[in-house]
Design a protein around this ligand. Structure first.
Ligand SMILES: *Cc1c(COP(=O)(O)O)cnc(C)c1O
Length: 365
């Protein structure tokens, strides 16, 4: 079976370096928020192109912390998409703010600015932009949007490590941005991990407090925080994997290109290809079919796994049925949820496996 992930196929030399670093952490006696975390934060800030990175326990907490540190909370509305990991919308609620869901552009599955425009109210404070499937949104358009309405831009870059437009990377456009390093993300730890990135020194300092019980100095807690600290082992592993992330991203791009070229004329539709190749880091390769479930079964019979991102848009999840939304509805998100299917696309696939995936899709009738 060609699986969605093959994390066990990490090259032996990288695994050897990771094991060496783990031994170093065990010998150091420092396991949480130590020098490995500081090193990774510096390396990640440099990779994204922001002044600061603050390691957290996971991506959900990174989003909550980013929102709170940007001054978003009670009484504020935040516009985002229902076609995302539920964590995006959950973080807005946890920050004390009110999510307002705008629809997606069916050609990219990214937030549609026309729908977002209909969601703006006098209480709108921010847009939480998700670079879904690894594709960096049209940042010129969104920067103009938030300027026009005097809003704060926050990025959910959990799927878009190293995606770039015009030399600027995902995570460097917003007032703050959140990353996840969940194991299956383009840069993944061997457990939960995340980070907040920002150019704003005050936001970074407050994020450092919030991730650690709201502590300023030892045992002084001027505000309510979380326990969302990054540990030394995860940070050390992330530093080693970051060193090979550009190469892994290139391989992902080659796999995605082979899939796209091979699927021309196949009985599925694809999302619009990105004009600027660097803007898509192909976290997930998604196709659409009005017989999606039959296609998934056909692929499984031919030894190809698949998944659905996402089968239920957030506004149809029980805790969010009353969530505010575009008054014209979220039809494009609902149609996408019914038709989307994610094919295997990761750096450990070889060309023969990619050809097998292509043939399996092409033989669907
Ligand atoms: C994975 C993900 C998150 C949540 O990250 P966790 O580390 O799992 O908490 C948030 N947003 C998006 C778009 C994601 O893909």
């Amino acid at each position: 079976m060609i699986q969605m992930q093959a994390l066990g196929r990490e090259p032996a030399e990288i695994r050897a370096r990771i094991l060496e670093r783990i031994a170093g952490v065990l010998g150091s006696g420092t396991h949480i928020l130590g020098p490995e975390v500081a090193d990774f934060e510096a390396a990640w800030a440099a990779a994204v192109g922001t002044g600061h990175a603050v390691g957290t326990g996971n991506g959900l907490d990174a989003l909550e912390i980013a929102l709170r540190c940007a001054g978003i909370g009670e009484g504020d509305e935040v516009i985002t998409t229902p076609m995302t990991a539920v964590a995006t919308v959950l973080a807005i609620v946890r920050a004390g703010a009110t999510p307002v869901l705008a629809d997606i552009d069916p050609h990219t599955a990214l937030l549609d600015p026309v729908s977002a425009e209909r969601c703006v109210s006098p209480r709108t404070k921010a847009v939480l932009l998700v670079h879904l499937y690894g594709r960096l949104a049209d940042m010129e358009a969104w920067e103009a949007f938030v300027r026009r309405h005097d809003l704060i831009l926050i990025e959910d870059a959990a799927q878009a490590h190293l995606a770039e437009r015009g030399g600027r990377r995902a995570g460097s456009f917003g007032r703050a941005a959140a990353f996840s390093f969940y194991p299956t993300k383009n840069l993944g730890a061997v457990g939960d991990a995340g980070a907040v990135v920002t150019d704003d020194a005050e936001i970074a300092e407050r994020a450092r407090r919030l991730r650690n019980y709201g502590q300023s100095d030892r045992y002084r807690h001027p505000e309510l925080g979380l326990n969302s600290r990054l540990d030394e082992l995860q940070a050390a592993i992330l530093t080693e994997r970051l060193a090979v992330l550009p190469r892994a991203t290139e391989r992902r791009r080659a796999v995605a290109t082979q899939l796209r070229d091979g699927l021309g004329g196949a009985p599925v539709s694809m999302l619009r290809a990105e004009d600027e190749p660097g803007a898509d880091v192909h976290h997930l390769f998604v196709v659409r079919s009005d017989r999606r479930d039959a296609l998934a079964e056909h692929l499984r019979d031919r030894g190809v796994a698949s998944l659905i991102h996402y089968p239920i848009p957030v506004h149809l999840q029980p805790p969010f049925v009353d969530v505010r939304r575009d008054p014209e509805g979220l039809a494009a998100s609902e149609a996408h949820a019914r038709e989307c299917l994610t094919l295997p696309c990761h750096p450990h696939l070889d060309d023969v496996e990619v050809a097998t995936i292509v043939d399996a899709v092409r033989s669907f009738t």
